[in-house]
Design a protein. Structure first.
Lengths: 456, 333
């Protein structure tokens, strides 16, 4: 049942209910007619009717037996695309701890409006997501909001301090899909090795953000010609590659499954390619903004291009694009970090790093397909099937009979511009205001429920 | 793979950061960086400064150009020389001057930069002279001040210190004339120097013959060649045939950051001594933006010697700052 939770301080979009419908009973039965249906796992790409019931996809093309003929919600989707809902592997929703920036309610709405049905939330909340209680709180808040599914990535070490191991087994039993120390370093290599060994015992995925804090100390931009010209303290590529090399050496011994988050450099892509060729259980992701922007965009001294890791050179950006195309980089994340306006109202180095990315994740990746020659199949795979596989969300990321009914209906010819009015996230910190996009989410279902529909 | 060209998307980020320095009529409104001024404006500022230098020699050292205007010296970082020369320049133009030292007051109480700005703006200021320890602070302030206020950058982080570069250019022009035949070397901590960055833009705009930077790799930033300099790590090679030597101040914190082993080693390799000065042209001049660390980057006998023009730089600073203030304030009237 779709209920707008009380007192969340935001005005949730009203969800459409037909007359005489009993929400939660009839509304969960949907017939999406005539859309071009994609399933990256099956390489399915054809026009078909899709049937949803009881939170599942129950039929593609032909109506399943016993599909009710009355009380079915029908949507005419001719000319639209039906894709698996996007799974965003790394997005900060700011709750608990930083509710002045954003809340689970505001951000899960932004997610579904951007075609994202599952959000993986890193553990750097306050309190830290190192206990089951915090994981349950987040889950409950997400359920109350009734929009995107939120899955938690638990802490690797207690309090993310890099001193004592967190209760990884319990966290994953409690629903966490992976563990991570977010952007906090584990300085003690022996502890990191043991953490990976322990995680490997239970086959838990460990998400690592490679960044050497001493090399990136006080830096705010890629160490190169632009930072030199603008007098900005630089972050060298070795801040990413040096800890990555250490990590890969440890992984080779422990056999832990690791996921390298938010790769930023050409050298980093090469190291991942080599590690994969060596058969290491390594995967990687890149943020959508690193696929489009480079140090050149730092030029305006605009705080909205202050991100961590920094926007690197055009060669790095092109290597990230190539790595995504050839599968070295498995998936694309939003690296969503909504900020209040004040956080970005300062000289560039004094602004808080990170940008709001949920609204633009899918449009930016599909823009790569349109304008930069990325294959549509790879793009959808990197946003849906592959992250589902990595995070063990086995019934998600597909449009197939029996899969979770997490799907998004995309208008491939919407032609729209991102501005204050079209942006849904509470964080307005985006460098993409004024950018033109072609693809836009028209409707989103999570667990068979229509959780977002764009007014036309 | 075929690329479908849809509508061209124009990234809105690519606005020139220095374009904000000019108003709609193309007059200089703010001075934030040398970039974007070009030879025309730099020459115009230097020529105007030349006129103002005669004011300094008069018995009554005042002109009424900025009478009734208020200039606020907004210093978030301590400074003596720059602040006093700005103050003197404003006073000689008959402006009212307010000095606000913020490094110890409001900002440490958690007031945001913008709040501080709004409060001072409410005091009907016409011009802000700003120094701040963050690169880009002057641009940030210029973007957020009321439309009638001009902003002069008196140094922001490692980014720019345009009036210093202009007064250096002014000093060189007075002594050497044309820039085209000159070789200029900037020595020392270029990496952390806003002065060096602004000098590089200024001298290149004025079509300098050759511009060199000299220092160990830890103090020369990556990819600096595209700014139009040749990099030297050896002092003897770097100073050969040089007409102008500019020594930069070396901050003592650099030793702690592991950028240098000791002051002594730096002095031995890059400190400007009488002996090293002989490697340059015989008529080479020695400059320093101050304050100089004697015995660290420069020997006293050189700093006070016949080839040094360090004190001329200071007095020229007043004329150049008067010129910049007068030009920026004339834009809006």
């Amino acid at each position: 049942m779709i209920q707008n939770p009380p007192n969340l301080g935001i005005d949730l979009d009203p969800v459409r209910h037909p007359e005489g419908c009993r929400p939660g009973i009839d509304c969960d039965t949907w017939l999406i007619q005539g859309a071009r249906v994609f399933d990256p796992a099956d390489q399915l790409d054809r026009i078909a009717d899709v049937y949803l019931a009881d939170g599942r996809i129950v039929g593609i093309g032909d109506a399943p037996e016993q599909f009710p003929h009355t009380q079915v919600q029908k949507i005419d989707a001719k000319g639209l695309w039906l894709i698996p809902g996007v799974i965003d592997g790394w997005a900060r929703l700011r709750e608990p701890g930083l509710e002045h920036k954003a809340t689970i309610a505001t951000e899960t709405l932004a997610a579904v409006a951007g075609g994202i049905t599952t959000v993986c939330m890193p553990p750097d909340t306050d309190p830290v997501l190192d206990t089951i209680a915090v994981a349950r709180f987040i889950k409950r808040r997400a359920q109350l909001s009734g929009r995107a599914r939120v899955v938690a990535i638990g802490a690797l070490t207690q309090g993310l301090k890099g001193e004592l191991l967190a209760e990884m087994a319990e966290l994953t039993e409690g629903g966490c899909v992976a563990v991570s120390n977010a952007h906090y370093p584990v300085r003690d290599l022996r502890l990191l090795r043991r953490a990976l060994e322990y995680a490997a015992t239970f086959d838990i995925l460990v998400v690592i953000q490679p960044e050497d804090p001493s090399l990136s100390k006080r830096g705010c931009a890629h160490e190169g010609a632009i930072a030199t010209r603008l007098g900005l303290p630089g972050i060298p590529v070795s801040a990413e590659t040096a800890p990555l090399a250490q990590l890969l050496a440890v992984v080779a011994e422990t056999g832990a499954r690791i996921h390298i988050n938010n790769l930023s450099s050409r050298a980093g892509v090469r190291m991942i390619a080599q590690a994969k060729a060596d058969g290491l259980p390594v995967s990687a992701s890149v943020s959508a903004h690193h696929l489009w922007l480079s140090e050149m965009d730092t030029d305006a001294l605009c705080g909205n291009t202050h991100v961590q890791p920094p926007l690197r050179s055009l060669r790095d950006r092109d290597a990230l694009r190539a790595g995504l195309e050839d599968g070295t980089i498995d998936c694309v994340i939003s690296d969503h970090q909504p900020h209040e306006t004040d956080a970005k109202l300062a000289p560039f180095p004094a602004t808080e790093p990170g940008i709001s990315g949920l609204d633009t994740l899918l449009p930016l990746v599909l823009k790569l397909v349109d304008e930069e020659g990325l294959s549509l199949a790879r793009a959808l795979d990197a946003l849906t099937r592959r992250p589902a596989e990595l995070f063990g969300l086995n019934d998600s990321g597909r449009v197939a009979v029996g899969a979770r009914a997490d799907v998004a209906l995309i208008d491939p010819d919407a032609y729209w511009t991102l501005d204050e009015a079209t942006m849904r996230s509470a964080g307005r910190d985006t460098p993409f205001f004024g950018w033109d996009f072609r693809h836009q989410t028209r409707a989103t279902w999570v667990n068979g429920r229509l959780v977002f529909e764009r007014a036309t | 793979m075929a690329v479908n060209f849809v509508r061209p998307s124009i990234p809105k980020l690519a606005t020139d950061p220095w374009a904000i320095q000019f108003d709609a009529q193309g007059h200089l409104k703010h001075l934030l960086t040398i970039e974007g001024l070009g030879p025309t404006w730099i020459t115009r500022i230097l020529d105007t400064a030349e006129n103002f230098m005669s004011v300094t020699d008069r018995e009554i050292k005042k002109v009424p150009l900025l009478r009734g205007r208020t200039v606020v010296n907004l210093f978030f970082e301590s400074s003596t020389r720059t602040r006093t020369t700005f103050e003197l320049a404003a006073k000689r133009l008959s402006a009212d001057v307010l000095n606000i030292n913020l490094s110890t007051s409001a900002t440490t109480k958690g007031e945001s930069l913008l709040d501080t700005l709004r409060n001072i703006e409410a005091m009907q200021a016409d011009m802000f002279v700003v120094r701040h320890d963050q690169s880009g602070a002057a641009h940030f302030i210029a973007r957020h001040v009321a439309p009638h206020v001009s902003v002069l950058n008196a140094g922001d982080g490692w980014h720019a210190h345009p009036t210093q570069a202009l007064l250096d250019a002014f000093t060189i022009r007075r002594i050497k004339g044309d820039f085209a035949p000159l070789r200029i070397a900037i020595v020392g901590d270029v990496k952390h120097s806003r002065v060096a960055r602004s000098q590089i833009h200024a001298f290149n705009s004025l079509n300098v013959g050759e511009l060199r930077v000299i220092g160990p790799r830890t103090l020369i930033p990556n990819d600096i060649e595209p700014m139009g300099v040749r990099v030297f790590h050896d002092m003897r090679q770097g100073l050969k045939d040089v007409d102008v030597i500019i020594m930069l101040r070396l901050q003592r914190e650099r030793m702690e950051g592991g950028l240098l082993p000791t002051e002594q080693e730096f002095y031995r390799l890059y400190g400007l001594t009488e002996e090293k000065l002989r490697w340059a042209k015989p008529d080479a001049i020695v400059m320093h933006p101050g304050p100089a660390n004697r015995g660290v980057e420069i020997e006293s006998r050189v700093a006070d010697g016949p080839q040094s023009v360090i004190l001329e730089q200071v007095s020229n600073g007043i004329g150049v700052r008067m010129a910049v203030m007068a030009l920026c304030m004339s834009a809006e009237s």
